[in-house]
Design a protein around this ligand. Structure first.
Ligand SMILES: *Cc1c(COP(=O)(O)O)cnc(C)c1O
Length: 377
């Protein structure tokens, strides 16, 4: 697609007001082409691209919920989603109840007469849990709820949730674009709902820039190839880490030892995705030493890009929870999250092997003092 870098479009004056074009309603040729591509990939009637993943999430929830409504939402969602639901929607009179997305028996207790939406993430961060998507769909149909999924981590390559009737949301900043160079979002679903979400974008202003549309559409062209390489490397790395004597635990649904393995096998065509997390022995100082000794992964937030990115959620994505909040959520202080890029699988494994050699095994780390200035944005 060429880039239609324009805020407005000349009108012939022939009386057909529908032809008057302006870019905030996502009405450029770039927006239309990209929306068609995403709807086709996700297998939905319509789609919409937005200025960020958060613009997609907030606009969708505002389109589906009115004051007095209630939603069921899974525990440990993306931090921005948690903020939105608890600090923005609640003061508007929209209440929520948190549930375990892998425990269908517990959902009935969360249901109220005014419940309208069931919101989950197909794969959650940073413990890489998997939602029981078929059960969420069945429960939602039975109780007349709109079921919405943030499918960012799974990508449409592993799972197309619209087949189960989900409204699908993405932070397109991550895998869909795949090059860590734009912020973008997407919503895919039935045309009548997408029209309502579009109205929210028009009013709240979260439209994507045409140049970012161009980059996202180009990124989409390699989505399947990238995800294939990322998931293959993620599985190889997870197996390497699981048998490593300096590793305490690995969270990756592609591993047979994962409590989410069976669910992931059935939902994701046998894959576990491109993101994993793990704990090293020896606590925070050893985790920091490992990050510092790695040469390929960049220490940076975000995920789903061609380059491997590594973070400690206690210092970045989940810092706001505090020590007690993280403990309650099962997130250890030394947990490391790795988004696997498209580097050579063997190169990544050798990089981790050499980095572990730089870390003092188990108790104590002689270099501790020198590492205190390590910046984890
Ligand atoms: C990054 C992310 C978001 C937010 O997306 P932005 O594009 O940063 O606004 C939402 N959900 C998940 C799962 C994410 O990883």
């Amino acid at each position: 697609m060429p880039i239609f870098q324009s805020a407005t479009y000349g009108y012939s004056g022939d009386g057909n007001e529908d032809l008057v074009g302006y870019t905030r309603p996502a009405d450029s040729p770039n927006h239309h082409a990209l929306a068609r591509a995403i709807a086709s990939i996700e297998g939905t009637e319509a789609a919409l691209v937005t200025a960020s993943g958060m613009a997609a999430i907030s606009s969708t929830l505002l389109a589906l919920l009115r004051p007095g409504d209630h939603l069921i939402i899974q525990a440990s969602t993306y931090g921005g989603t948690f903020e939105l639901v608890h600090h923005e929607l609640l003061p508007l009179g929209i209440e929520s109840t948190i549930v375990d997305p892998a425990n269908p028996g517990s959902w009935k207790a969360a249901l109220r007469a005014n419940t309208k939406v069931f919101y989950v993430e197909s794969i959650s961060n940073p413990l890489i849990g998997v939602a029981d998507m078929e059960a969420v769909a069945a429960f939602s149909k039975q109780h007349n709820l709109t079921h919405v999924v943030d499918n960012t981590f799974a990508t449409p390559v592993l799972l197309k949730p619209a087949r189960l009737g989900f409204v699908v949301i993405h932070s397109a900043t991550k895998f869909l674009n795949g090059h860590s160079d734009i912020i973008a979002g997407a919503v895919a679903g039935p045309a009548d709902l997408i029209a309502k979400v579009k109205n929210k974008i028009v009013v709240y202003g979260g439209v994507l820039d045409p140049h970012a549309c161009f980059l996202l559409q180009r990124g989409l062209a390699t989505l399947a190839l990238r995800v294939r390489q990322q998931t293959a490397s993620a599985l190889a790395l997870a197996k390497f880490l699981e048998q490593h004597p300096q590793v305490e635990a690995v969270n990756y649904p592609g591993l047979a030892s994962s409590p989410f393995h069976v669910l992931a096998q059935s939902l994701f065509k046998g894959s576990g995705g491109g993101v994993l997390s793990f704990e090293v022995k020896g606590g925070v100082s050893n985790a920091q030493a490992l990050l510092k000794a790695l040469q390929l992964p960049l220490i940076a937030p975000s995920l789903g890009g061609v380059e491997s990115l590594i973070t400690m959620p206690s210092a970045t994505s989940h810092a706001a929870l505090g020590v007690d909040g993280r403990k309650a959520a099962g997130i250890s202080e030394s947990l490391i999250r790795l988004s696997v890029g498209i580097e050579g699988t063997e190169d990544l494994i050798s990089d981790f092997a050499q980095a572990f050699e730089a870390v003092t095994p188990a108790n104590g780390n002689a270099n501790n003092g020198a590492l205190t200035d390590l910046k984890l944005s």
